[in-house]
Design a protein around this ligand. Structure first.
Ligand code: G3P
Length: 218
């Protein structure tokens, strides 16, 4: 399972990248706004900077147009910024049409705002490189986000779809573990749940004891 970080915060991207386990980055307009990016040129420059930090990973850059022509024009500009850019397109009718166009024209896409198996089937049929089910938001509404990941994984395996399942809207370290069990190809998570995977009190207690005992050698 690949690890992407879900942020536009350069310091957090660097920290995750320095860990050596980062495979890519996802952003969205809310995450870009959160770090104070303003204006189209600044947005483009920010994507390029992220691509330079994570040299070898896919970077999802989201369109904000909602009509076919607008999505295609915007997506072409985003894809031209760097070879690792994946155009993130919302799961709407015009979005599906645009994903098919991008697929036919060699531009990779991440179909976002996916909340059902039916939407995931459409994304795969249109040829999306990634499909992004939002499991945390599903949990928030009283449904089971991990169950949706399992269902999509089963359908994609049965049908032989090549679209990668990118579990998004991760809220906890447990979500990451559950996604690994459920068959997600990728998780995209804020930094905190990724770092949470490191933690165990017995590790800290055990290390303290080893270090204490090591002093006896000196
Ligand atoms: O990648 C999608 C993700 O950013 C949504 O996360 O926490 O806003 O539901 P959240």
């Amino acid at each position: 399972m690949k690890f992407f970080i879900d942020t536009a915060d350069l310091e957090q991207i660097k920290e995750a990248n320095d860990l050596g386990i980062l495979d890519g980055v996802t952003t969205n307009p809310s995450l870009m706004a959160k770090v104070g990016i303003k204006g189209q040129e600044a947005v483009y420059q920010h994507y390029k900077t992220i691509c330079e930090i994570v040299k070898d990973g896919d970077i999802s850059a989201e369109v904000v147009s909602t009509d076919f022509n607008g999505i295609v024009e915007e997506g072409k500009k985003l894809a031209a910024l760097h070879k690792n850019i994946v155009v993130k397109v919302p799961m709407i009718k015009e979005g599906v049409k645009a994903i098919k166009w991008f697929t036919d024209n060699g531009i990779r896409t991440n179909c976002t705002l996916v909340f059902s198996a039916g939407q995931a089937i459409l994304a795969a049929k249109a040829g999306a490189a990634y499909v992004s089910p939002f499991l945390g938001r599903i949990d928030d509404s009283g449904w089971d986000g991990v169950q949706l990941i399992e269902q999509i994984a089963e359908i994609y395996a049965v049908q032989g779809y090549e679209t990668e399942i990118l579990a998004a809207s991760i809220r906890s370290s447990l979500h990451i573990i559950q996604c690994a069990e459920a068959g997600a190809d990728v998780i995209t998570s804020p930094l905190e749940p990724i770092l949470g995977l490191l933690k165990h009190p017995l590790t800290d207690i055990g290390l303290a004891k080893f270090l204490e005992d090591a002093k006896k050698f000196n």
